[in-house]
Design a protein around this ligand. Structure first.
Ligand code: IZC
Ligand code: ZN
Length: 407
């Protein structure tokens, strides 16, 4: 029996397929006027014209609305203690992000607050934000650890993510990012810290099945290319899938390393070089671009069009964190993707749905409106795709459906 029919849909827009789109394929999406979607046991059982739709007593009329897949946020740092509003004054005085970190503030101030916080404090804070994300249309997301930088606190953060996965009816993917910064205890001893992560933390995370991916901040003054390679190779040996924060501020070779190792994704890529982009395109690495971070750090925007020209797969995410991107609003990232990356609405939609799902290895289950996929759907308070990308700043999600359940 059908659970729900979304009928008379004014404009349905979705990428199609079980694989990430690359290059020109980003823009080739399915758009139907006067469409319908049927849902059975949380799974999509019909997508197509209204004419051929099955009958159902439970329905939502979407005759004024755009309907798309639920948004997927493939890069967040959602679990953290405290905030960093004191950095506002530093920002206004043009103190660079990396100088704030070098002075023992930035990520390290969040580390102190996260170490101090209890499991429940972290969990409740993250749960409240996750609900807010859901109401903005984000139905699945990734969360990174990396505000512990010691065994106990990294495990505490990863257990919070595990609890969120269980109690929140969402697809949440965990990434271990113990190499997010060098903690004060290891100041100046970057390699010793990486060795500690490799020997003591990674095996524990693996044995307890606390994360699927391993990530590292490859950046000036944080971890250089050699240490990034050392950690990522050790993680791969243990069975982790690989991610890398590359070329966020300075092009020190992170994109090239991603291509050389064939990491699953490379994230930020604001300063990615031509050579890095070529290597990543060859290795099939997904580019996760974070335009809200460029906005907030007042940095250039990643060369998304160049990446598409080189046939890369591009995903767009929020980078939600208390320092460089204190907003989880993926809708704003979509506006920026159009206005700053010059992606079309169709290309940007693919980047926050199917390609974002692929960036966290969920493309077979979510990311598009197709029979057999989970019924993760947003009914927007707008009439068509252009409108969604044209308005900004307000929440345009009207109804959000997660695994067939109206939220
Ligand atoms: O807390 O500043 N870039 N990591 C790397 C971040 C930004 C998060 C933060
Ligand atoms: Zn990040």
């Amino acid at each position: 029996m059908l659970d729900l029919l979304i009928k008379n849909i004014k404009h349905l827009a979705t990428p199609v397929g079980n694989f990430p789109k690359s290059g020109k394929e980003h823009g080739k999406i399915l758009e139907i006027e006067n469409a319908a979607i049927a849902i059975e046991n949380g799974i999509i059982s019909y997508v197509g014209s209204m004419e051929n739709a099955p009958a159902c007593k439970n329905f939502i009329d979407a005759s004024e609305n755009l309907v798309t897949p639920g948004l997927v946020d493939s890069h967040t740092h959602l679990v953290f203690g405290g905030w960093r509003q004191h950095e506002m004054e530093l920002k206004l005085n043009n103190v660079p992000y990396l100088d704030i970190l070098k002075a023992g503030d930035g990520i390290l101030s969040t580390v102190s607050k996260t170490r101090e916080a209890t499991f429940m404090e972290l969990y409740i804070k993250a749960l409240i934000i996750a609900k807010d994300m859901l109401s903005h249309g984000t139905t699945s997301f990734e969360i990174k650890s990396g505000y512990g930088l010691d065994l106990d606190t990294e495990v505490k953060q990863l257990n919070v993510i595990k609890r969120l996965q269980k109690s929140f009816n969402e697809d949440i993917v965990a990434t271990f990012m113990g190499a997010h910064a060098v903690p004060n205890e290891y100041k100046g001893k970057n390699e010793e810290y990486i060795d500690f992560v490799i020997e003591k933390v990674l095996p524990h995370v693996k044995e307890n099945n606390l994360a699927e991916f391993c990530d590292i901040f490859c950046e000036t003054g944080v971890f250089d290319v050699d240490l990034s390679e050392k950690l990522l190779k050790a993680a791969r040996k243990l069975g982790f899938k690989l991610k890398i924060h590359a070329d966020e501020i300075n092009p020190i070779g992170g994109g090239e390393l991603a291509g050389k190792l064939g990491t699953h994704s490379a994230e930020h890529l604001i300063a990615a070089t031509d050579e890095g982009i070529k290597l990543m395109a060859d290795s099939g690495t997904v580019a996760i671009l974070l335009p809200a971070t460029s906005f907030y750090l007042d940095k250039p925007y990643a060369r998304a069009r160049k990446m598409l020209d080189e046939n890369m797969s591009v995903a767009i995410a929020s980078d939600f964190n208390p320092g460089s991107s204190p907003s989880f609003n993926l809708q704003f990232c979509m506006n920026l993707a159009c206005l700053k990356y010059k992606l079309t609405p169709q290309e940007a939609l693919t980047a926050v749905t199917l390609n974002a799902a692929a960036a966290i290895l969920k493309e077979k289950e979510i990311g598009s409106l197709e029979v057999g996929k989970k019924a993760d759907i947003v009914i927007w308070d707008c009439p068509d795709l252009n409108f969604l990308f044209y308005r900004y700043g307000n929440n345009q999600a009207k109804h959000v459906i997660k695994k067939g359940v109206l939220q």
